[in-house]
Design a protein around this ligand. Sequence first.
Ligand code: ARG
Length: 751
Amino acid sequence: MKKFSYFLAAVLFFSGFQLKAHEGMWIPMLLRQNFAAMQRMGLKLTPEQIYSVNHSSLKDAIAGLSNSPNPQGFFCTSEIVSDQGLLFTNHHCGFESVQKHSSVKHDYLKDGFWAMSKKEELPDKGLTASILVRMADVTDSIVPFLSDTMTSQQRSAIVRPIISRLKKANADSGKYNVVIKPYFEGNKYYMLVYIVYRDVRLVGAPPSSIGKFGGDTDNWMWPRQTGDFTIFRIYTAPDGSPATYSIKNIPLKPKYHLPISLDGVKEGDFAMVWGFPGSTNRYMTAPELEFRMQHYFPPLIEAFGKKLEVWKKHMSANPAVQLKYASNYAMIANSWKYFIGQMRGVKKQHVIAKKKAFDEQFAKWVSENPERQAKYGTALKDMTDAFASESKTIEPLIYASITGMQGAELLSFAQKFGSIEGILKQVKETKDKAQKAKKMERAKKMAATLAEKLQKAYKDYDMPTDRDVFAAMTKMFFEKVPENLHPEYLDKMMKKYKNNFGAFANYVFEKSHFSTEAKAKAFLANPTLKEIEKDPAYILSQAYMAKLMDASSGYRAAAGNLAKGKRLFMEGIMKMQPDKVFYPDANSTLRYSYGKVEGYYPRDAIHDLYQTHLYGVMQKEDSTNPEFIVPKKLKELYETKDYGPYGENGQQDVDFLTTNDITGGNSGSPVINGKGELIGLAFDGNWEAMSGDIAYIPKLQRTIVVDIRYVLFIIDKYAGDTRLIDEMTIHKAVPQPDRVEATTAGAAATK
Ligand code: ARG
C-alpha cells in the first residue's frame, strides 16, 4: 500500500485493543521481542542475519523511496535483489516515474518499459533510496527534560535543540541523514541513521495491463491478479559513495541483497515483511474515530469524488489526457476508495463500540487510585474536548484546501508567480536608478527560472480538463465553505456571473496569463506587476491562500491539549496492561511484521483462497474495459504454458495472501520466507479489513502480495530482459529422491 501524501494528511495527523495473532509493525532493533514466536512459525535465520549494525544483514537490502534528498519519511519501500544495486518495488510506486518518462509516442505506462542494457536505464532526477545504517533509542536524551505541565510549544522548544545536537553528532559530517522521531505519542524517541542514494534509475516496468491489471475496480480487493512491480537500480559515485546523477556513476555494490526463492508458497508458510509503513492510528480513542466518521471522511470523499468524475470524463475521451492525468488520478482514486472502505469497515466491524468499551476500561483503571487520577485523569477529556472543537473547524478547512487552493492546477501555477510579484513591487518602489535596474535584472532571472520549471508542469496539463475542474471545484467551495472564508473577489464575481460557474471558469481561463504554456511563456518574457496583479487566477490563488491560513489557524487552536492527552493515554494504557508487548503506530520508519500465508472467510459461506493464477487473469479479461485488457504476448504465453521455471504443475501463480500487518508506505515491501528468501512484493490490503489502520482484525486482515515467480516470469518470458534474471541470486530447492520435502541444504541456483 502506497503512503498517501497530500496537504491534509500533513496538516492533520492523526490508537487499545488486545494484541492479536500477527498484529504489529515492530521495531527492527528490538527483534528479540518476537524472535521466539517467529522461530516457532518457521523462521530459520539468526537475529544477527536479520538486523546487525556490525555485519551485513537483511536490513541492508531494504530501501525507502522518497523524492527528497534528506527524507523524513518514505512513500514506498523497495529491496535490493542483486549485487549490482537492482531494486524491486511496486508498479504503483514507480507509476509517477514511468509516466514522467512517457509521451504519447513512447507511452511506457501503456506499453511497459524495459531497459535492455545499463545504458538504457533512465535516470530519475530527485528520486532517492535510503537504507538504515543503524538506529538507537534516544529517549533518555530527551524525555527527562520534559514535563506534563509544559505546553506543546515549551516542549518543542526543549526537544528541537536536543534533536539538532543529536543529528549533528551522528551524521558523520554529512555522510548520513539522521532522523529522530517520536514513538508511542512522544513517550519514546528513536534515532534513525540512513545512507541516502541519490541516483536511482528506472530499469523496467510492465505495461499497466499487467502492473495495474484490474485497475481501480480491483484496487483494495481480493481476489487479485496484478503484476504490481517495477524495477529500479541504485547508482553511486565510482568510489561507492552516494552521488546525484552522473554518467560516471556506477551500479551500487550493496552490503546485502535478497536471494529469490522459486519454490513458491503454500498455506501456513512463514512470511516476514520489512518496510516503511507510513501511519496508523491503532490506539485511537472513540471520540476521535467519531470525529473522523462524521466530519473528516465525508467532505474528503465528496470533494475528491467530484474531481475524479471530471478528470475521468476528459481522460476517457482523449488518450493524451489519459496519459497526462494517469498518475494524479491513480493517487487520488486510491485514497478516495480507501476513505470509503475505511468508513465502511469501521461500521461493519463495530469499531466505535469496541473503542468505547476500551476507553471505559481505561477510565475505570484511572479512577481506581489517586496517583493515576492525578497523572492520567484528564487524558480522555483533553482528547474529547479537542475533537469537539475541531469538529467545528475541520470541514471548512477540508473544502477550502481541496476545492479552493488545490482545486484547479491553474491556481497552483498562478501561486508560483508570487515571488515575481514581490520583486516587481520592489522594482516599482525603488527610486535609485542603478538599484532599480539591478532588481529588474533579478526579476528577469527569476522569470527565466520559473519558465523552465513551468515547462515540466505544463507537460502534464490539459487546459479544458482543468477548466472543468475549476468550475466544479469553485462551485463546491462556494456552496460548502462558510461565507466568512469566501474570498471577496469570488463573491463579487459570482454576483456578476449569477452563480454560473462554467461562465466564470471561461472568463478566468481566457483572461489568465497562466492557463496555457504559450501565454505563460510570453508573459514571463516580459513580466509586469500590473498584469500579475489583475490576473484573475493570481487574485484568486492569493485570496484562497489567505483564507486557508485563517481556516487552519482556527483548526490548530482547536487542538488544545490533544497531543498531551494522546501521550498520557498511551503511557496509561501501557501501564494498565503491563504484560502486553506494545508496538508503536507506524511513522514512516523501518519496521518488520511477521505472519503466514493464509486465505480468509470474507462472508458467511465464502472462503477466499490464498492464491490466484494466470487463468484468473484470463477469466477476468474484457477487451472492452481498459482495466481488464490482457496483452497479446501474455495470452500467448498462457496458451503455450510457457512458464519456464516460474510455473508449477502447468500453472503460473500470480498473487497470494498473508496475515502480515502492513499499511500505506509498505508498498513494494519484500515478503520473505523462513530462509530469508524473497517470495513476493506486498502491494495492497483487502476490502473487508479497510478499517485496519485503526483496528487490526485478525480474522479478516490480509496483505496482498505479488508472487516473485510471476515477477520473474514477466521479466524473463514476457519482456525477455534476461540480463536482469542473470544478475539475481535465485534459489530453487532440489527435490531429494528419498525425501518428500524440499531441503535447504539442496538449494541451488537455477542459473
Ligand atoms: N491500494 C494500493 C495502495 O494503497 C494501490 C494500488 C494501486 N492500484 C490501483 N489500481 N490504483 O498502495
